[in-house]
Design a protein around this ligand. Structure first.
Ligand code: LMR
Length: 399
């Protein structure tokens, strides 16, 4: 029966890693998959994580199953990191949560939960959004529609058009928002724009679904959740998918969190039981290891400080790299004004060049990034930036 299925082309993001590996050009540059890299192109284990691993090694005396909900300490630690320790929704016991296998796992189980509520649920996603949002939510059966978000010509957010579209969204529809460091554009809403959006969510009754995969990579751990916290304090219901892949560097351990804010403590009982049953029906229980490490870090003041310093270091490095790229592009005499790259946040920037230019950069210069023109800023370093800027300048001039 399987021969009737079509063979599929590689994933638009993950497929780039395989193509990059096969390229024999010694000057090849990988700006594809969203993974933090240091000046030497490595993704080392964070110091806080190494210390937590040593501690876990001592503490863990069994490999017996954990529960479908995961480590409660992890869930509590993450909820206070995201919502704030003093969050009224936490005080009112309105938040259900489970440890999920990565941010992807969190997105999928929340999608399944939304399907249990109403199989005709419509989810509005930004145009553009992270490519994997589409299968993660769509394959669960949700209907996806897009709202305008980013204007490539001006390299800025089309906020008016976004709001005009969301004004028409029906009560009970779901609106997927990127908590910070929008993937793929790096263009984030201002606090004032979050305020207007929150007012609209309250007025129109759509359900905010916040994907938070880069907390700490934009402005700071606190400032990056301004919009999320404002929504949480203002609406009756909301869902959150969070990831520890990037800010804890725990990519392969698959550590995420799915949280549901309900109207009251009684609703929490319902959603907690439902989301655990969704998890049980898909993968039974999350992998233990990464969540246990995050639990150890967040519960220990000293380790938390070590970790926060590392997040700051990663963020500041990426801000420096943005400037380095823009300065080098200007040095190469490009006509296009790339200053917008300095205003974008987090790991990604949209260079706002055509897919043809992106493909030329790949085939003629061995520079790898997603066709949409999304680059992983962390893949830039002092040794490759000049080659990169020259490759971009040559491509823009000659095609
Ligand atoms: C990315 O956007 O590159 C990362 O989140 C990795 C992935 O799974 O796509």
């Amino acid at each position: 029966m399987f021969e009737a299925l079509p063979a599929l082309s590689p994933d638009p993001i993950l497929g780039l890693s395989a193509a990059f590996k096969e390229d024999s050009n010694p000057h090849k540059i990988d700006l594809g998959v969203g993974v933090y890299k240091d000046e030497h192109g490595n993704t080392p284990i964070l110091k806080a994580v190494s210390l937590a691993q040593q501690e876990l090694d001592k503490r863990e005396t069994s490999k017996v199953y954990i529960t479908p909900q995961g480590h409660q300490g992890y869930i509590d630690g993450m909820l206070s990191l995201i919502l704030g320790a003093q969050s009224p929704v936490l005080k009112d016991n309105r938040v259900a949560g489970v440890q999920a296998p990565g941010g992807c796992g969190a997105l999928r189980i929340l999608a399944e939960l939304l399907m249990r509520c109403n199989k005709d649920t419509v989810v509005w996603v930004s145009d553009p959004t992270w490519a994997n949002h589409i299968p993660l939510l769509g394959d669960a059966g949700l209907t996806l529609k897009t709202y305008p978000y980013f204007d490539k010509a001006s390299a800025s957010i089309k906020f008016e058009a976004m709001m005009d579209c969301l004004k028409e969204v029906k009560k009970g529809d779901v609106v997927l928002l990127h908590g910070c460091c929008h993937n793929p554009t790096g263009a984030d809403l201002t606090n004032k724009q979050w305020q207007s959006l929150t007012e609209l969510a309250v007025k129109n009754g759509f359900l905010p679904f916040v994907d938070l995969a880069y907390q700490g990579f934009g402005e700071s751990l606190e400032e990056d959740v301004y919009g999320l916290r404002l929504l949480a304090e203002s609406v009756d219901e909301m869902v959150i998918a969070a990831s520890c892949s990037k800010n804890f560097g725990l990519y392969r351990e698959r550590v995420g969190l799915a949280a549901i804010i309900g109207k009251d403590a009684n609703t929490k009982k319902i959603t907690q039981s439902q989301i655990q049953s969704v998890a049980r029906g898909i993968y039974s229980m999350p992998p233990s290891y990464g969540g246990a490490l995050v639990d150890i870090i967040l519960a220990n003041e000293k380790l938390s400080e070590v970790w926060k310093d590392e997040v700051t270091e990663m963020r500041e490095r990426m801000i420096t790299l943005r400037k380095l790229l823009v300065d080098n592009l200007h040095k190469q005499g490009v006509d296009k004004d790339f200053d917008f790259v300095n205003r974008q946040k987090g790991m990604f920037s949209f260079l706002c060049i055509s897919p043809e230019h992106v493909r030329t950069l790949r085939s003629e210069h061995s520079v790898y990034f997603v066709d949409s023109s999304r680059v992983n800023i962390a893949g830039i370093n002092h040794s490759n930036v000049e080659v990169l800027a020259k490759a971009i300048a040559d491509t823009l001039k000659s095609h």
